[in-house]
Design a protein around this ligand. Sequence first.
Ligand code: PRP
Length: 211
Amino acid sequence: MSEPLRIAITKGRLLDDSIRMFQKAGASCSELLDPGRRLVLDVPELGLSAVLAKAPDVVTYVEQGVCALGIVGKDTLMEVGGSFYEVLDLGYGRCRFALAAPRGFSLSARRGTLRIASKYPNVTRSFFRSLGQDVTVIKIEGSVELAPVLGLADAIVDIVETGNTLKANGLEIVSEVAPVSARLIVNTAAMKLRKSEILELTEKCRGVLNA
Ligand code: PRP
């Protein structure tokens, strides 16, 4: 019997949805449901060893080949890029990137260089490049909605799910930037070396997601 396939999974909301998907595919997920402080957990029914990691680290582990597979949001993939195969849109973790600003803000009415705060500077630069607009991007680590409230930025590019955080802080969507959802990514060498196991898992996931 071959070694389990190592799969890096983003901790938090995507992990909960991933557990549900694995359960539908026939796994009990007993270790994943009660991990304690452990970061490597077996999912024997699917031949997987799950590694719990922060989103950008999921990409690093898959790129470097220490994990054959990864589950990570499209937001992180758009921001950090990298070399891997994106094989499946898992459909969960659905939200969107949006440009948001205080009520009354208008992109066309602005003079001078806009200041845009974001946890995602590359996504932000690429969005404004597509508009042909020059902006100053200010990198913020979290609670980005604070930046316009405090007067640090004119607007933000951030993840919007329900829109409640924007609303509660007097902000509204100016423009949609890109849809986001969880993706299954695969290391390029693993795709050759363990192709049949990876394709089998991908098809199992696709099957339960479409059911
Ligand atoms: C994300 C995002 C928004 C919020 C949007 O933040 O950055 O702040 O969720 O969700 P909503 O539209 O449903 O209100 P997260 O909770 O990941 O924390 P962070 O702000 O520290 O990044």
